[in-house]
Design a protein around this ligand. Structure first.
Ligand code: PGA
Length: 264
């Protein structure tokens, strides 16, 4: 894993956006794995700016989102399909038919999960997967106890996640307790993984991800098994890392070393 510690959330978003831009420039037909939540919004805004200024095109790209609430149709304002349309897809030149989000209102959710896996395979797999992280260490809706080789499936949300996400729902509004989520095994097949985390509330989960044991108790710790995972955090989310100074030093040295090579 590469651990990148930056000053603040704005720097984290800009750094993450740069990785996405490089990926799309290098391979316009990239298959991108996308995430919902508060954390990716600033990164998406960078991508919208780059697209609208003509710097970057998504015309050839395809996307797969990590997860969706089970029981919500895509037109529902609380669905992750709706979130993605309003936060990103409606503002860029991507072909909407090439943007996939698990089908929250599927008649047969188990079949929808199998179909989602098949769709990802048919596209040749995910080139770059964006992740946020829950305070409990979840990635996608892979809550603690998720199998580290799990595939796309129906997963119950923990009370902690339901409480964290309650802020998006109005008082008395129906809040789903089940989801369809890519599995950890699905996520680990992405060629490159970029996890972003900001704020003190994520410090414990980041410490467990980076320095804890490989464990289903912290699903994000599975990234320790990946050959190209980049964890980008701000100072607040990095606060409890035991080896924080080492990561900072290594990153700085790597940047100097990399500058000596042509990476194209
Ligand atoms: P957040 O959610 O970006 O809104 O903090 C992250 C997550 O739960 O994966």
């Amino acid at each position: 894993m590469q651990i990148v510690i930056l000053n603040n959330p704005a720097d984290v978003a800009a750094y993450g956006a740069e990785i996405f831009k490089q990926q799309i420039r290098r391979k316009p037909k990239s298959v991108l794995g996308l995430a919902t939540g508060s954390t990716p919004v600033a990164l998406y805004n960078h991508l919208i700016d780059a697209n609208q200024s003509g710097e970057l095109s998504f015309k050839a790209a395809a996307t797969f989102n990590l997860d969706e609430y089970l029981g919500l149709a895509g037109a529902h304002p609380q669905s992750y399909r709706y979130f993605m349309d309003t936060a990103l897809f409606n503002h860029i030149d991507i072909d909407k038919s090439q943007t996939a989000v698990p089908q929250g209102n599927a008649q047969n959710p188990l079949q929808a999960c199998r179909d989602y896996e098949a769709q990802i395979k048919a596209k040749g797999g995910i080139d770059l997967q964006l992740l946020g992280i829950g305070r409990n260490g979840h990635i996608g809706f892979n809550e603690p106890s998720s199998g580290l080789q799990s595939r796309t499936r129906v997963k119950a949300l923990t009370p902690a996640t339901i409480a964290d996400n309650a802020r998006f729902f109005a008082d008395g509004e129906y809040q789903p307790r089940l989801s369809i989520t890519m599995g950890i095994g699905t996520i680990l097949e992405a060629k490159k993984i970029l996890l972003l985390a900001t704020g003190a509330s994520k410090a414990e989960a980041i410490q467990a991800t980076v320095e804890g044991p490989l464990s289903a108790a912290c699903p994000a710790s599975a990234l320790q098994m990946h050959q190209d995972a980049v964890i980008v955090v701000d100072e607040a989310a990095a606060a409890t890392l035991a080896n924080k100074e080492f990561y900072k030093h290594v990153e700085a040295e790597n940047q100097k070393l990399l500058a000596q090579f042509s990476l194209e």
